[in-house]
Design a protein around this ligand. Structure first.
Ligand code: IFM
Length: 447
């Protein structure tokens, strides 16, 4: 690692961005013809989301996007990763197109370009139209076809101006939190459904790539995976096997099909009859070469063999710094993830499409948020990125999660990840100290 006094300068073309997602910030849930998403339904399921919070208003970005974009311009952020709400574009999931939804993203993109901020659009960040879930959701192969039609429509409309596309955000979370653990929408607990959902998100990704390229000349396309750092608690064979198993289930389950064209044998073996049904040609689609891969990194997990726990996997919680999510602050893990990707896979260029931390921020009487811990978190992780780049990892950019405090899924509004504070009563935006610092880093291309 670099010493504190050393200035870290990033490559001249390194991209400094900020990220959000539609359901987490837009609000305007019942406006301009938007349909219902699985998260609208999940929020109304008793006990599913803390405080029964919903995305109905969120940060009201749907109306306040010019203010949010202007804020990015002022602090010097060069790229904005947002997601498109499928239920705004095709309210029923298939069939009729809602032109008011298309118009919204037109305005958003034009405003970004007018402020010289490069749009990075994610097609799916978890807000599946409810009618598609009623027809079986991601475990149903027909959802892939619906996704491809939606992809065609939105990339045809925006493809002349948006040249960077992310197909699916965090397929592990989509499939396994949504369909196995049931702690995310649609709240299903069925391992076979989850692995089938996972397979279909990968298929949807692979089949979408040529459609996007056809509609958006010169487009750069990628997928975003959530990859954290998993370590065994000890050198014992049992603990090492547990860590290896978890890495297989969380990471190799997606990386191997994308970059090797097959599922990892150890995970298939573990899944047994819960393994997904794969059709001929699926891996050919899934391995379609992409222009980049997005990595969302947040934390380290330490695992140990514990027969008393489900799947024989226990966890250790060493002394250290933890965020409000109870996630360990571990920048070395990001360096480890990046160098591991380069070592183990024929990866395309990488972007950190999310990295950041939730803390219990306080708006103090001086009207500011002195979020030193978040600033330190970002500093540590950016130093890890810098070190990985020095060692040859093709890392091309970094998007902080998140531009705004927002709806943190099952935690509702109780977790704040933003570099901008949101007062959820007045919807007033206040740039936090970490945001000011991050803007300076972006402008200086280092710190
Ligand atoms: O808020 C989420 C985001 O939607 C996906 N990645 C992780 C973030 C923090 O939990």
């Amino acid at each position: 690692m670099a010493s504190k006094s050393q200035k870290l300068t990033f490559p001249a073309d390194f991209l400094w961005g900020a990220a959000t997602a539609s359901f987490q910030i837009e609000g305007a849930a019942n406006e301009d013809g938007r349909g219902t998403s699985i998260w609208d339904t999940f929020c109304r399921t008793p006990g599913a989301v803390v405080n029964g919070d919903t995305g109905d208003v969120a940060c009201d970005h749907y109306h306040r996007y010019p203010e949010d974009i202007e804020l990015m311009r002022q602090i010097g952020i060069k790229a904005y990763r947002f997601s498109i709400a499928w239920p705004r574009i095709i309210p029923e999931g298939t069939g009729a197109i809602n032109s008011a939804g298309l118009d919204f993203y037109d305005r958003l993109v034009d405003n970004l370009l007018a402020k010289e901020i490069t749009p990075y659009a994610t097609l799916y960040h978890w807000d599946l139209p409810q009618p598609l879930q009623d027809a079986g959701g991601w475990p149903n192969r027909a959802t892939v076809d619906a996704f491809l039609k939606y992809t065609d429509i939105i990339t045809y409309r925006l493809g002349d101006r948006v040249k960077n596309w992310i197909t699916i955000n965090e397929p592990w979370v989509v499939a396994f939190l949504g369909y196995w653990l049931g702690v995310h929408a649609p709240g299903i607990k069925d391992m076979a459904a989850a692995t089938q959902a996972a397979h279909h998100t990968l298929l949807a990704h692979g089949q979408a790539v040529p459609i996007i390229r056809a509609n958006s000349s010169g487009a750069r396309v990628g997928i975003t995976l959530d990859i954290n750092w998993i370590e065994p608690a000890s050198d014992s064979d049992a603990d090492k096997a547990t860590a290896e198993g978890m890495d297989g289930f969380n990471h190799r389950w997606f990386l191997d099909p994308l970059y090797k064209g097959e599922y990892p044998a150890d995970v298939l073996n573990f899944l047994g009859e819960n393994a997904p049904k794969v059709q001929e040609g699926d891996f050919k689609a899934i391995t379609t070469p992409t222009d980049f891969m997005g990595v969302n990194y947040y934390r380290r997990t330490i695992t140990k063999h514990d027969p008393a726990q489900p799947g024989g996997t226990g966890f250790e919680h060493p002394e250290g710094e933890y965020t409000a999510m109870d996630w360990e602050v571990y920048p070395l893990g990001l360096y480890n993830v990046l160098t591991r990707l380069k070592r183990d896979y024929a990866i395309p260029p990488l972007y950190i499409t999310e990295n950041g931390a939730a803390y219990e921020d306080e708006l103090t009487p001086d009207g500011q948020v002195h979020d030193d811990k978040r600033q330190a978190y970002l500093e540590g992780h950016l130093a890890a990125c810098h070190r990985a780049i020095q060692e040859g990892v093709p890392l091309k950019g970094y998007f902080v999660w998140s531009l705004l405090d927002n709806f943190e899924w099952a935690f509702g509004y109780t977790r704040r990840f933003g570099i901008t504070h949101i007062d959820y009563t007045t919807l007033k935006r206040t740039l936090k100290q970490s945001g000011e610092w991050y803007g300076k880093v972006a402008q200086a291309n280092g710190f």
